[in-house]
Design a protein around this ligand. Structure first.
Ligand code: TXA
Ligand code: MG
Length: 358
């Protein structure tokens, strides 16, 4: 256990814990901090979350301030088990039981009609609440010890990539939060799948490790947001904006078959270098590029969606920390599993700068 600085409040303490079996005294310390209205970052299987008591409106407002997050972006409430959701919801759609049995604990968030117990600050005034039961032993132990619902967005400053290790949390939030439980790198690397169960058709608002195909084994009618004209109305989930995942340097995405995409990417990288710009490239480790004077952080093999998802945000942060002027990224169109989630996050980071090749 490393106590980083303990002199006064709002100095961020770090407690290092064993990911698979977190030390009970560290968990008790973090739980007490949450119960006292504090802000505690902790690892989940997806990304680090910044937790606060979901039932204390004032604490939730402090969390929004610490992150610099707009108040119209609702939070996910984390609980230890499916039994704990009853007080938080007004109606329990029949699908919840089957979904929970198959995917909880795990990287699936369900949007459900909320009860009056949940403060407006958590839901941004919506009549729905997003809930998940995380699988990470540290998250689970913390939720059990605190025995309260914990609202937790990703533990990054607003518009920075989500943190996948404790160092990322400190990069953004040191001195702005009370405690970080350092449980090492997270496993999945991208945020949970968000499934809205409040409409006529179950709709994935954000793709994640629980894929649409997996959801359809339980809910055959489930669909992805954006797949048809029903989505032309107002944005259902205000947090699902492109700026949410932006690195500091502008990112351009090269879409299409790998040959033409890599060729165009290499061409543009060479031109940017010739113009004196520092360039970072985000391509698979086995993608063949000619010799270029660019930064190329490791990402994982082209066919390995799990590896790429786990490395994606760390690689974006490495490029930002190196001070590159632009990032050129290859889209990975044929990845199975986490492929949809990777494509979604890259498109958001690109915010419209997509070049179709081939
Ligand atoms: O994996 C994750 O989900 C991580 C870990 C910490 O659990 N959390 C996370 O939280 O990614 P955040 O705040 O970065 O993203 C929450 C997403 C946002 O896109 C938000 O708009 C959506 O969930 N959301 C929350 N409440 C909602 C609601 N009532 N209706 C629709 N979308 C909602
Ligand atoms: Mg986030």
């Amino acid at each position: 256990m490393i106590a980083k600085r303990t002199d006064c409040l709002r100095v961020t303490r770090t407690l290092t814990v064993t990911p698979a079996a977190p030390e009970p005294h560290a968990i008790a310390d973090a739980a007490a901090c949450l119960l006292g209205g504090g802000l505690v970052a902790f690892p989940t299987e997806t990304v680090y979350g910044l937790g606060v008591s979901a039932l204390e409106a004032a604490a939730v407002r402090r969390l929004f301030a610490a992150k610099g997050r707009p108040a119209d972006d609702p939070l996910i409430v984390h609980v230890a088990s499916v039994q704990d959701i009853s007080p938080l919801i007004a109606i329990r759609p029949p699908a919840v039981e089957a979904l929970a049995a198959r995917f909880w604990p795990g990287p699936l968030t369900l949007v459900l009609p909320r009860s009056a117990l949940v403060p407006d600050e958590v839901t941004a005034g919506l009549d729905t609440v997003a809930i998940r039961v995380p699988a990470h032993p540290v998250a689970h132990a913390l939720l059990q010890a605190a025995a309260i619902p914990v609202a937790a967005p990703s533990a990054n400053l607003f518009s920075r990539p989500s943190p996948t290790r404790a160092a990322h949390v400190l990069e953004d939030l040191d001195g702005r939060i009370d405690l970080v439980l350092d449980g090492g790198p997270t496993w999945v690397g991208v945020e949970s799948t968000v499934l809205d169960l409040t409409g006529e058709v179950p709709t994935v608002l954000r793709p994640g490790a629980v894929t649409l195909d997996m959801l359809r084994t339980v809910l055959p009618a489930a669909r992805m947001r954006g797949d048809d004209s029903r989505d032309s109305g107002p944005q259902r989930s205000p947090g699902l904006l492109s700026r949410h995942y932006a690195p500091r340097a502008p990112l351009t995405l090269y879409d299409g078959p790998s040959g033409p995409a890599l060729e165009r990417l290499a061409h543009d990288a060479r031109e940017a270098r010739a113009a004196g710009r520092r360039v970072g490239v985000l391509v698979a480790d086995d993608d063949a590029l000619p010799a270029l004077d660019v930064l190329r952080p490791p990402l994982g093999a082209a066919g390995d969606a799990n590896a790429i998802a786990a490395r994606l945000y760390a690689a974006l942060r490495e490029l930002d920390a190196a001070g590159v002027d632009e990032i050129l990224a290859r889209a990975h169109p044929v990845l199975e599993g986490l492929g949809d989630a990777i494509g979604d996050r890259l498109r958001r980071a690109a915010a419209g700068r997509v070049i179709r090749c081939g």
